[in-house]
Design a protein around this ligand. Structure first.
Ligand code: AMP
Ligand code: GLY
Length: 444
C-alpha cells in the first residue's frame, strides 16, 4: 500500500469518557469522521451500547483516571475526549499527558474554573471579567450577616462540584439564610446538597442577583487559538414557563437569537479572550471546551454567571447536529495545540433537543423503568440516550435525564415540531418533559 493510501484509511482509535447524552452525541459525531476507525465510550450508556458503530467499556468508570489511561495505552487510543467535569477535576488530562496520550480537555488546575466557584470568581475579579459582585465565606455567622446587609434577592453558591444543584437563587432573606445553613452545616453532619467540598472544607460564594436572559457560550481552545461554537440556550428549570426546581437542563436549541452579533462580540472580547489570556498569564494555559454561562442584562451588558470546563448537556446535542466539520479532526488539532487555521462549518438549519426525564427527577429520579417504545433515528432526528441501560430484559431507565430527542429543521419552529414528534415516540413509565423548549426564541 502506498503511503498515501495508508493516510487515507481510517486509523484513529477514539475514546469518549462519560455516560450522558452529551457523550452519546460526541460518539455519534466522532464515528462519522473519515479519520476514525473505532469509537469507544467509557463507561457509555444504553444508547451507545445499541449503536453497532460504538463499543462501550462498562467496566471503566469515568473517574477511574488511571484505569482509563492504562486502557488507552494498551489499546492504541489516538484521541481521548472527556465529557463530564468530574474526570477533568480528578486530573484525567494531566494523567494522559504525563504518559504522552493525546487528550482534549483542561488540566486539573484549569478545570478549577468550574470546580471551584471561589477560584473562578477570584479569577474573574483579578482579570476584570464582568460578573456579579460577590464575597466568599467559610463562617456561617459572617455569611448570615452579609445576607442581611445586602438584602434579597441574592444568590448562594456552594464552592464545589454539585452537578448543578449547588446554587440557590433566593428571592427572600429567609431562603438565603436557609441555603447557608444547608451549605455550611454547623453540626459537621455532612451537607444536604450532594456537594463535594473543595480542600479546606465547606465554603459558599454569595453574589449579587443578576436580571436578564441566559445563554450558553461555548468555545474550543488549544491554549492559544479560540474557536466559538454555534450559539445555544438551554432551559434549566424543570417545568414549563421556567418554573420549578433547577435541573441540569431540560432542553436546548441552537442558534440562540438572544446572542446577537453585538452580544457575541462582547462575549468574545470581554469574557472569553481575557479568560484564555488570563489563564495563560497565571501559568495555567486553558485547553478544552470552555463554556461561559452568560447573563445578558436588559441594558445590553454581558456578564459571566459561571464557567464550565466542558460542553453543556443538553446543549451539545443540538450543537453537534448542526456541526458539518469533522469533529475528530478539530479536536485532534486542538489536542496537538495546532487549532490555528481550522474553521468550523455549520448547518444553516436550527436544531432543538427535548430532554425526557425520569419520574422523580431532579430530586429522586426513579430507575429501572422499561423503555417500551423508541423511534428510529434519521438524518434529521436523533434520540440521544443519557440515563439508559441495556439489561437482559431490555432497555431500562438508569438516571434522571433519560434521553434527549433532538432534531434539525428549517427554522426553530420546524426543529421543535420534529423534536416533539420524536419525544412523543419514546415511552417509559413516568416520563416527564417540558412542552415549551425554545419558547424564548419563538415567543410561545
Ligand atoms: P450556576 O451554576 O452558577 O450557573 O447557577 C445555576 C443557575 O442559577 C444559573 O443558570 C442561573 O439561572 C442562576 N443564577 C446563578 N447565578 C445567578 C445570579 N448571580 N443572578 C441570577 N441568577 C443566577
Ligand atoms: N446545561 C447546562 C450545563 O451543562 O451545565
Amino acid at each position: 500500500m502506498s503511503q498515501h493510501a495508508v493516510n487515507q484509511s481510517p486509523s484513529l482509535q477514539v475514546l469518549v469518557v462519560g455516560n450522558g447524552g452529551r457523550e452519546h452525541a460526541f460518539a455519534w459525531k466522532l464515528r462519522q469522521s473519515p479519520l476514525v476507525a473505532q469509537v469507544y465510550v467509557a463507561p457509555g450508556n444504553g444508547g451507545t451500547d445499541r449503536d453497532a458503530g460504538l463499543v462501550n467499556l462498562p467496566h471503566l468508570a469515568a473517574t477511574d483516571v488511571v484505569g482509563l489511561r492504562q486502557w488507552a495505552q494498551a489499546n492504541g487510543i489516538g484521541l481521548t475526549v472527556v465529557g463530564p467535569e468530574a474526570p477533568l477535576a480528578a486530573g484525567l488530562v494531566d494523567e494522559f499527558r504525563a504518559h504522552g496520550l493525546p487528550v482534549f480537555g483542561p488540566t486539573q488546575a484549569a478545570a478549577q474554573l468550574e470546580s471551584s466557584k471561589a477560584f473562578s470568581k477570584a479569577f474573574m475579579q483579578r482579570h476584570g471579567i464582568p460578573t456579579a459582585a460577590y464575597d466568599t465565606f467559610t463562617d456561617a455567622a459572617l455569611a448570615h450577616a452579609y445576607i442581611d446587609r445586602m438584602g434579597a434577592p441574592i444568590v448562594v453558591k456552594a464552592d464545589g462540584l454539585a452537578a448543578g444543584k449547588g446554587v440557590v437563587v433566593a428571592m427572600t432573606l429567609a431562603e438565603a439564610h436557609e441555603a447557608v445553613d444547608f451549605m455550611l452545616p454547623k453540626d459537621e453532619s455532612g451537607n444536604h446538597f450532594g456537594v463535594q467540598h473543595n480542600a479546606g472544607g465547606a465554603r459558599v460564594v454569595i453574589e449579587e442577583f443578576l436580571q436578564g436572559e441566559e445563554a450558553s457560550f461555548i468555545v474550543v481552545c488549544d491554549g492559544h487559538t479560540v474557536l466559538p461554537l454555534a450559539t445555544s440556550q438551554d432551559h434549566k428549570r424543570l417545568l414549563d414557563g421556567d418554573q420549578g426546581p433547577n435541573t441540569g437542563g431540560m432542553g436546548a436549541y441552537s442558534p440562540a437569537p438572544v446572542v446577537t452579533p453585538a452580544v457575541h462580540d462582547k462575549a468574545m472580547r470581554e469574557i472569553i479572550l481575557p479568560t484564555i489570556a488570563g489563564m495563560a498569564a497565571d501559568g495555567i494555559p486553558y485547553t478544552g471546551f470552555l463554556y461561559a454561562g452568560l447573563m445578558i442584562t436588559p441594558s445590553g451588558a454581558v456578564k459571566t454567571l459561571e464557567f464550565n470546563c466542558r460542553m453543556g448537556d443538553p446543549e451539545t446535542q443540538p450543537i453537534l447536529m448542526r456541526l458539518q466539520s469533522d469533529l475528530a479532526a478539530v479536536l485532534l488539532a486542538a489536542a496537538r495545540q495546532s487549532l490555528a487555521g481550522t474553521e468550523l462549518l455549520w448547518d444553516e438549519r436550527c436544531a432543538l433537543g427535548v430532554v425526557l426525564a425520569a419520574a422523580g427527577y431532579p430530586l429522586q429520579p426513579r430507575k429501572g423503568d422499561a423503555i417500551t417504545a423508541l423511534p428510529t433515528d434519521s438524518a434529521e432526528g436523533v434520540v440521544f440516550h443519557a440515563g439508559t441501560q441495556a439489561t437482559p430484559a431490555g432497555l431500562v431507565t438508569s438516571g434522571g435525564r433519560v434521553m434527549c430527542a433532538t432534531a434539525l429543521g428549517d427554522g426553530l419552529e420546524e426543529a421543535r415540531a420534529r423534536a416533539y414528534a420524536l419525544a412523543e415516540g419514546v415511552a417509559f413509565a413516568g416520563a416527564q418533559f417540558r412542552r415549551d423548549i425554545g419558547h424564548r426564541a419563538l415567543g410561545h
